[in-house]
Design a binder for this molecule. Structure first.
Ligand code: C2E
Ligand code: MG
Ligand code: MG
Length: 585
């Protein structure tokens, strides 16, 4: 049989090579000459009726023929007298890993000899240990490269690959006089999804987000995941800034469509920050920081939107980081204190409750508003610790007032979205037990959006609390998206009308239809109504005329430290006349 090197066909990515086989009756000298003329040939398969029956090893044959008179003695003998009758024969469908295991188990000499590959028992080719080793090494390297450069959850490029592509994109843009846009995307309130639905659903959501982002973009745009719920997009070859605004809008629309995971319908939105190169002499690292700052500004502008970077944003991010860092120590340094703002019953004018409002007295930055630090605490997870501290302090303070013989009042405590979870009733019970406060003297304030995030779960939690005797109220009513009738499903006792409804009430002639309607409808639903932000006599009068049950605001008292509240409670004076005189306002 003639050996033809051109018939060596490369199959299966280099692992399967067709080596012309010989018949068992082929003379040894013929096979020997084939080895001599093809130095890269390590072994030759012996095949009879399409099936492999043996393997001839190069060294063995050459060694034999190097001895004197071998040609004459053995040259005409059939190769089957010399061949290895038990070569390794494997099916061509075996995986590389299985092949490696078979070779290693059989003994290392087979690394050199190679192995015969069959398909349905018929000879199809040969593989060598060397090729196998190469295939394994290449695969391992590709795997290691993937591990180092791609995010394992979403399969998107990670920060390392992003930086590489960003640097490359910037150098290209510079040469071609085009723009590169970097978009920093952060999901809004993603923590809440993880907290309420668990990490498995959170992970599935991130995968869905990744595929939506990819679908919206061109194949040469890079979408990467930086970690957590942070994604970035590099848009290259940009000529007009407006193009990028269009892409940002498209991404926001795609992300805000509801996602269904395991029969949960999730609503998610994102905030996007955008920075362009080369508007200034930026590095990849500084571009990411600027896009991050712009994203943060988009969050502050009400989320579910995008912002282009401006220099003022950098300063804001620096300030935020400073706040976040010192907030970590605020609790242990006792910098967080509670102030209490009286709540007045309008029919009697008596102080019947107080709202606990958190204050942070920072040693250098002075008094920081909860509107500033609570969202930061929510984002960095410190809110759990802070929220528990607030609940414990408010309950224990209220119990202390009662023990001091002051008239008992309710204390209202604000809760953040992430505190609204299955563990809440247990925590409340624990704290009431520890502090000795009766459950009817505690009220929890929740906003509409917190309750509507997961209505069924909210109902369950509120029912459990109500079973313990703890009531709940809806804070800032009118600023969310819910309708009164929708809230009817929730076991709540009180509606707090947001103070923005009182802004316009300056005189008797002002339009108060909206507030009047809310009060009437709430009463119809057997809910108490408290108006917040009452600053003027005129506003108070309007509320009394419309049968509002309670009120709270600077008109009665600003939020004040516990000892000052004790004095107000002790004075036993009505804070307001139960039936106000019809003064001109
Ligand atoms: P909120 O729960 O709606 O609290 C009422 C806010 O209105 C308080 O602001 C209060 O000082 C202010 N206020 C009361 N009366 C008047 C008034 O007559 N006029 C005006 N202009 N404002 C009035 P504050 O204390 O700055 O708190 C802001 C927000 O921070 C609170 O809004 C609440 O959402 C949040 N917050 C405060 N303490 C906590 C807390 O312990 N935990 C959580 N999760 N959030 C808190
Ligand atoms: Mg409140
Ligand atoms: Mg409020």
């Amino acid at each position: 049989m003639q050996w033809d090197q051109s018939s060596e066909i490369d199959r299966a990515g280099g692992l399967l090579k067709y080596v012309q086989p010989v018949h068992p009756s082929t003379p040894m000298l013929e096979v020997f000459e084939r080895f001599i003329s093809h130095t890269s040939l390590y072994s030759v398969p012996v095949v009879e009726l399409k099936s492999p029956v043996g393997l001839v090893n190069r060294n063995k044959l050459i060694e034999l023929f190097s001895k004197p008179f071998t040609r004459e003695l053995y040259g005409r003998k059939p190769i089957c007298d010399l061949m290895d009758r038990k070569p390794i024969v494997v099916d061509v469908g075996e995986s590389t890993d299985d092949l490696a295991r078979i070779i290693v188990d059989a003994g290392m000499q087979y690394m050199y000899d190679g192995f015969i590959l069959t398909e349905g028992e018929a000879y199809v080719g040969m593989g060598t240990g060397h090729d196998l080793l190469n295939a394994i090494t290449e695969r391992k390297q590709a795997h290691l490269y993937h591990l180092a450069h791609y995010d394992q959850l979403t399969g998107l490029p990670n920060r390392l690959l992003l930086m590489d592509r960003l640097t490359h994109a910037c150098s290209q843009a510079y040469r071609r006089e085009r723009l590169v846009a970097l978009l920093f995307i952060d999901l809004d309130r993603f923590k809440l999804v993880n907290d309420t639905h668990g990490h498995v659903i959170g992970d599935r959501l991130l995968q869905e987000i990744a595929s939506r982002l990819k679908l919206c973009l061109r194949s040469n745009d890079t979408v990467a995941r930086l970690g957590g719920d942070e994604f970035t997009v590099i848009l290259e070859d940009i000529q007009h800034v407006e193009t990028v605004a269009g892409v940002a809008r498209k991404l926001l629309a795609a992300l805000s469509a509801p996602v269904e995971i395991e029969r949960h319908e999730l609503f998610i939105s994102a905030s996007i920050g955008v920075v362009f190169y080369p508007f200034s002499n930026d590095t990849s690292e500084s571009l990411i920081k600027k896009a991050d700052a712009a994203m943060y500004s988009a969050k502050q502008h009400g989320r579910n939107g995008f912002q282009f970077f401006t220099w003022e944003m950098s300063a804001a991010v620096f300030e935020r980081l400073r706040i976040e860092n010192s907030l970590r120590y605020a609790l242990e340094r006792n910098e967080l204190v509670l102030h209490y703002q009286p709540q007045v019953e309008l029919s009697t004018g008596r102080l019947v409750g107080v709202e606990a409002l958190l204050r942070w007295s920072h040693p250098e930055m002075g008094l920081i508003s909860p509107d500033v630090f609570i969202p930061i605490a929510e984002e960095c997870g410190l809110i759990h610790e802070i929220g528990e501290h607030v609940l414990r302090t408010a309950c224990s303070q209220n119990h202390a007032w009662q023990k001091a013989g002051l008239p008992p009042v309710k204390v209202a405590v604000n809760l953040s979205a992430c505190q609204m979870n299955q563990a809440l009733p247990k925590l409340v019970q624990l704290i009431l037990g520890e502090t000795g406060l009766g459950p009817s003297y505690l009220e929890l304030e929740l906003t509409e959006n917190i309750l509507l995030e997961n209505v069924d779960e909210s109902i369950e939690i509120l029912r459990e609390l109500s079973g313990m005797g703890v009531k709940a109220s809806i804070d800032d009513f009118g600023t969310g998206y819910s309708s009164l009738s929708y809230l009817q499903r929730l076991p709540i006792s009180t509606l707090k009308i947001d103070r923005s409804f009182l802004f316009g009430v300056q005189s008797e002639a002002d339009d108060t239809t909206l507030i009047t309607t809310i009060i009437a409808m709430a009463h119809n639903m057997k809910l108490n109504v408290i108006a917040e932000g009452v600053e003027t006599f005129c506003q108070l009068q309007m509320l009394q005329t419309n049968n509002c049950d309670y009120a709270q605001g600077y008109y009665f008292s600003r939020p004040c430290p516990a000892n000052e509240v004790a004095e107000l409670l002790d004075s036993r004076y009505a804070l307001v006349s139960p039936a106000p005189r019809r003064e001109k306002c």
